[in-house]
Design a protein. Structure first.
Length: 287
C-alpha cells in the first residue's frame, strides 16, 4: 500500500501524487467503461471481464500502491464508441494521488484536433495524448497532422503512440511502423514521444530511434516481459536504461502479472527502479 502523506490533507481533499509514495507508475492503462454504465465495444471488450471505470481504476491502483496513466482511444470507426476525454480527465482529477490523465484525439476525423487538444490541456488538465495510428488510420509523419503536434509541443503534452503488432480485425498494421516517428521526433524536437509496446516486427527500428532521438521513449506495455525480444532487454539494461518504462496495457495484462514476469526476466537490478517508476516520473514532470 502507498505511504500516507507526510502532512495531513485538508478535510475532504485528496492528496496529490507523491512519487515516493508509490512503488511503480503504469504509463499505459485503457479506459473503456463509463460511469454512465456504457462500455466501449473496443478491442479489449472480449476479455471476459467487466471493464473498469476511472474510479474503479483509482481504487485498483491505490490498492496496489501504484500510479497509472489513464486514457481512452478515439477511433470509433474501427474500435467502437469512446469514453469521453472529459470524463476520463475530470474523474482522474478526483484521484490525483494515483491517476494521471491522458486524452485521445483522432487527428484525421475530428474537426480541428489541435484546438481540441489545447482545450483538453487547458480546461481539463490532460498531460498527454494517446494515438493509435492503426485504428485511427494515419501515418504519424503525415504533414496534415503536424498542426496537432505543434499544439502538443507548445502545451508541453506528451504524445504516446501505439507501435507494432495489433489485435487484428479492421486495424491495419502498416500504420504502426515506428519509423514514421523518427520524422516526428526530428521535426518536433521538444515534443516528448513515447513508442508504446515492443514494436514487433520492427523492434530494432524502435530501439534505433529511441537511442538516437533524445525526445523519444519506450513503454513496455502489452506483452509479458517473459516474451520480450532479447535486444529489447539488452538495450533496456544499457543504452536505454533511462528511456524505457513500465506499462501494462491493462486490461489486456494485469499489472500484478506483468510485475511478476518482470521480476523473473533478466533485467539488471540497477535498472529496475528506473523502469518501474523513476523514468516515468521524470518524463511526466513528477520528479
Amino acid at each position: 500500500m502507498a505511504a500516507e502523506p507526510t502532512r495531513p490533507a485538508e478535510a475532504g481533499a485528496v492528496p496529490s501524487l507523491r512519487v515516493d509514495a508509490v512503488s511503480a507508475i503504469d504509463v499505459h492503462v485503457h479506459v473503456e467503461a463509463s460511469v454512465t454504465g456504457s462500455q466501449a465495444p473496443q478491442h479489449h471488450s472480449d476479455l471476459g471481464m467487466a471493464l473498469p471505470t476511472v474510479p474503479e481504476l483509482a481504487d485498483l491502483y491505490r490498492g496496489l500502491g501504484m500510479a497509472a496513466v489513464v486514457f481512452p482511444v478515439d477511433a470509433p470507426h474501427t474500435l467502437g464508441s469512446i469514453v469521453s476525454n472529459e470524463e476520463v480527465a475530470d474523474l482522474a482529477a478526483e484521484a490525483p494521488d494515483v491517476l494521471i490523465p491522458f486524452a485521445s484525439v483522432d487527428p484525421v476525423r475530428r474537426s480541428d484536433p489541435a484546438a481540441t487538444a489545447r482545450a483538453l490541456v487547458d480546461g481539463h488538465g490532460v498531460r498527454g495524448f494517446k494515438f493509435h495510428p492503426g485504428a485511427q488510420e494515419f501515418f504519424p509523419n503525415d504533414a496534415s497532422v503536424y498542426p496537432l503536434y505543434e499544439a502538443l509541443e507548445e502545451a508541453g503534452a506528451i504524445a504516446l503512440f501505439h507501435t507494432g503488432k495489433i489485435g487484428g480485425g479492421p486495424v491495419r498494421l502498416k500504420y504502426c511502423d515506428p519509423l514514421a516517428l523518427d520524422d516526428v521526433a526530428v521535426d518536433f524536437p521538444d515534443l516528448k514521444i513515447v513508442m508504446a509496446h515492443p514494436s514487433f516486427p520492427w523492434q530494432d527500428t524502435a530501439l534505433a530511434i529511441a537511442a538516437t532521438r533524445p525526445n523519444v521513449f519506450i513503454d513496455l506495455s502489452g506483452w509479458s516481459p517473459r516474451y520480450f525480444p532479447p535486444q529489447l532487454i539488452e538495450y533496456s539494461n544499457t543504452l536505454l536504461k533511462e528511456k524505457v518504462m513500465f506499462g501494462s496495457d491493462y486490461p489486456i495484462i494485469d499489472p500484478e502479472r506483468w510485475l511478476r514476469d518482470f521480476a523473473a526476466a533478466p533485467f539488471r537490478d540497477e535498472v529496475r527502479q528506473g523502469i518501474l517508476k523513476d523514468n516515468a516520473a521524470r518524463l511526466l514532470g513528477l520528479a
